[in-house]
Design a protein around this ligand. Sequence first.
Ligand code: HEC
Length: 437
Amino acid sequence: MKTAFCSLMVVAGFTVISTAVIAQDQVTFTRDVAPILQEHCQVCHRPGTVAPMSLLTYEDVRPRAKAIKAKLVAREMPPWFIDKNVGVQHFNNDTSMTDEEIATIVKWVDGGAAEGNPADMPPARQFADELAWQIGKPDVIVTLPKDLVMKARGPDWWPDITVDPGLTEDRYIQAIQIIPTKGYPNIHHIRTSMMKAGDSSIHGGAVDGNVELEMVQQGVFLDEYAIGKGPDLFKDGAGRYITAGTKINFEFHIHASGTETPINVLLGLKFYPKGYTPQHIVTSMTVGSNVVDLRPHEADVRSDGYIPLIKPARLLSWQPHMHLRGKAECIEAIYPNGKTQIINCARFVFNWMDNYVYADDAAPLLPAGTMLHTIMWHDNSDSLRSNPDPDAQIVGGLRTVDEMSSAWLSYYYMSDEDFKKETDARRAQQKTLTSTR
Ligand code: HEC
């Protein structure tokens, strides 16, 4: 802004400057707001998606200016709930806005939400085709044998379906993608897991606080679909392992859209070539207690979960898991020397089962003997919007109206040698970062 002011002064003289300064100062839709909405909102807010309205044009956005400001200031949109004041801040899938971006939109709304010069409007953003394979041709494609049918109206629905992909051999997975083929605007998210004989298809597993039992009973997380998320491509040398006979469990979260809608999906798995064994096998576990006891109207009830790492590990992603009365969760490392470090904290919003995927240069590297500690907070008061009934006494359980308190973690174990290599590389990189700052 300062540069514009100076150059104008030279070129145009004082009379022009005063109006030029006002024009520069005024936040306009076309110049300032549209680029932010393109980056942070339109992946969901465009025609034909799960979001309730489109935010492409001035005409779309202007009538909703106040609601947008409110959602942004409360950091409820875009749905990214990591606490920015503590822990790791570098993620692969970070959709959050900077304070400056939010300030720009607030200033625009408070200043009358002007359109500005139509010539300033950036070209429309192009989106990846979510309905095409981005992982190349999959080796295995799994689909639901029968469409689910979502009613025209009614509450959200969480159907749970297990499909046998007919795998006759063990393979390492290099990439995974889920494509919604029917009911795209109704699908809020889909979570898939690998089920072996004896696994319970019900997410969450045991409720008695026995973590080992819980791990045995649940399938292992495979992949998640949410709008705009894209496929999961494992980096070279890492992959998931799937064994012959494994079934795939799909857990859906579906919205009604006003018309009865059939729902179906494709899950594509791309394997590493036969005979190739990736160095790192990515797997997942849940950490939590699932022991919850909430009295009516009781707020801020804490529960804790612990799990020891038996080998050095790289943590790849973290996904808090609670139900309707979940409010916040933290994950902490308790190192073998007794020191503790918060890895991350996040608000929990039931509608959004965010999975936070660490960037390569920030994924926590944890020595063998580290205790991972999850801290969950529930809120049974009426101040939590997702709470359907603050008068109820709530315990742990599998139904949506019961509670859970856990987190899904994806990670791989590695040898002491590899761990040393990775930690040395991380140190070197951090040194470079600090010396160039
Ligand atoms: C990941 C998808 C996604 C992104 C990104 C996203 N939204 Fe949303 N938004 C939704 C969905 C879905 C809803 C419906 C309510 C819900 O499910 O939470 C919603 C609801 C809203 C609402 C409330 C609408 C109503 O009628 O109650 C506003 C306002 C909003 N979003 C604004 C934004 C803005 C502004 C951005 C970008 C800064 C944004 N959203 C980014 C998916 C998204």
